[in-house]
Design a protein around this ligand. Structure first.
Ligand code: ZN
Length: 472
């Protein structure tokens, strides 16, 4: 179909711009709410391209939207550009080698994510202008996907309220439509305040905040036996109260991540974890402050949008790799752990048939994989999917078996495979956006399916009213 060819050509025409943007964001490596340079680069570029740009959304300085056109439908492309803390890593190196130890790095490929969504919006705008197409398209620069659920703040503020369709993707080691939900996920700080004393001389005068953290964790670990199988609860002790065992710790803090398939289930688990904290405070005669800082809702996949994404992925596949690119990926695959290799074997077994052999033979999966099942991760795209019918997919930018949120992702983030995957994703997004932009019946169908999936429920807006987008 000619629109696909034309849109692909438009992506290719400006591919140097998009690649440069992705690589620059990789270099900036700015984590949540600090994406000042990444945001400015993208916002400036969109202005240069003739978009109406609004900088700063929902009190988040590093969020923006770039808009073109007028009237209905409104098609939204979602982009991200935040890095992960502590994942600094040199590019194209197959061993762990931080550029600067302790600094941040793009361990989730969001440099590519944002650049491809931006590229799709630019290509579709160029196509709309050439063909006098009505309707509105927008690129949303969404900060702080990692560890903050930035989009939940944007959704809470109504930034997506007039959108008809939202589209996005994620860098990965498979090409696949995201046909099932992701886990809802809350982040909650529990800070205990006790009384310090000499641990040998006057232990009876002390009340240990560290004891409270430990007792709380024991409580939650017992709770695991009595929660739904799909729930996931993990914690990190942020503050142990010091390094001196002979001083009773007066302050201690633990950060919890609480996940389950539905946000309503997480709301209930959160209540129970709070009770463990309150119980620990009672036992230890300490006080606890509870601060809920982030809430990711579960993702509601939309069959109508997923089907169109699948068609477009098939139309643009295979990506086509050179021998050098396959070799590049193979080198990265060689350094994954035995457990990651085992995971690959499991995936091959699950998919079975002809694919199974291919999966173990090649490090680059140049076809679309179906039937991978639900994701165990979380994404703030989930929040958008509660207020706008949303579609997303994964595209290959990594060697098969590459673990997530790891230095290997950073190392491959501006290599040839990553760039090709990014351009492929841009084409799929642009073509899918075009299909909805020009077919109001299709938009209505997606909306119908979405209402059916919601089954009368509305966005639970799980963020506490006083939660602000902030670095914690
Ligand atoms: Zn990510």
């Amino acid at each position: 179909m000619s629109y696909r060819k034309d849109l692909a050509a438009l992506v290719e025409t400006k591919k140097d711009d998009f690649t440069k943007i992705s690589d620059a964001v990789w270099e900036f490596a700015e984590s949540r709410f600090q994406e000042f340079r990444s945001f400015a680069l993208q916002a400036d570029y969109m202005e240069e391209q003739g978009f109406r740009v609004k900088r700063g959304l929902a009190q988040v300085e590093t969020a923006f939207l770039a808009e073109h056109g007028q009237g209905k439908p409104v098609i939204a492309f979602l982009g991200e550009y935040d890095a992960l803390s502590g994942l600094s890593q040199e590019a194209d190196v197959t061993y762990h080698k931080p550029i600067e130890p302790g600094k941040d790095g793009h361990g989730c490929g969001h440099n590519l994510l944002g650049a491809a969504s931006l590229a799709a919006t630019v290509a579709l705008k160029d196509y709309m202008e050439q063909n006098n197409l009505p309707g509105t398209i927008r690129y949303y620069g969404c900060p702080a996907e990692e560890n903050a659920g930035g989009k939940a703040f944007l959704v809470r503020d109504g930034v997506f309220d007039d959108c008809d369709i939202a589209l996005t993707w994620h860098p990965a080691s498979v090409n696949a439509v995201t046909e099932t939900g992701s886990l809802a996920n809350f982040r909650v700080f529990y800070t205990f305040h006790g009384t310090s004393s000499h641990a040998a001389g006057a232990p009876h005068l002390g009340r240990s905040a560290l004891d409270a953290v430990e007792i709380m964790n024991v409580g939650v670990n017992y709770m695991r036996e009595h929660m739904i199988d799909q729930a996931r609860i993990h914690y990190a002790v942020i503050n142990t109260g010091g390094t001196a065992p002979n001083v009773v710790q007066s302050e201690a803090q633990v950060l919890y991540a609480i996940r389950a398939p539905k946000v309503t289930q997480v709301i209930d688990l959160h209540r129970r974890v709070d009770n463990c904290a309150k119980g620990a405070a009672l036992i230890t005669e300490t006080k606890v402050d509870i601060k809920h800082v982030a809430a990711y809702s579960d993702y509601i996949a939309n069959d109508v949008i997923s089907e169109k994404i699948g068609e477009n992925m098939d139309a643009f596949l295979p990506i086509g790799y050179t021998e050098e690119e396959i070799e590049y990926a193979r080198k990265f695959q060689e350094v994954i752990t035995d457990l990651d290799k085992e995971n690959l074997q499991q995936m091959a077994k699950k998919l079975a048939g002809k694919e199974a052999k291919e999966i173990l033979k090649t490090p680059l999966y140049d076809w679309r994989i179906e039937g991978l099942g639900p994701s165990k991760g979380s994404t703030d795209v989930g929040d958008v999917s509660w207020v706008v019918p949303t579609g997303q997919f994964s595209a290959v930018t990594l060697a098969a078996g590459t673990p997530g949120h790891a230095w290997q992702v950073v190392a491959q983030g501006k290599g040839p495979v990553a760039h090709k995957g990014m351009l492929f994703a841009a084409k799929v997004l642009a073509a899918t956006g075009y299909q909805f932009l020009t077919d109001l019946d299709l938009v209505a169908k997606a909306r119908e399916a979405w209402l059916e999936d919601l089954d009368g429920e509305t966005y639970p807006n799980a963020l506490p009213k006083d939660a602000k987008p902030e670095i914690w």
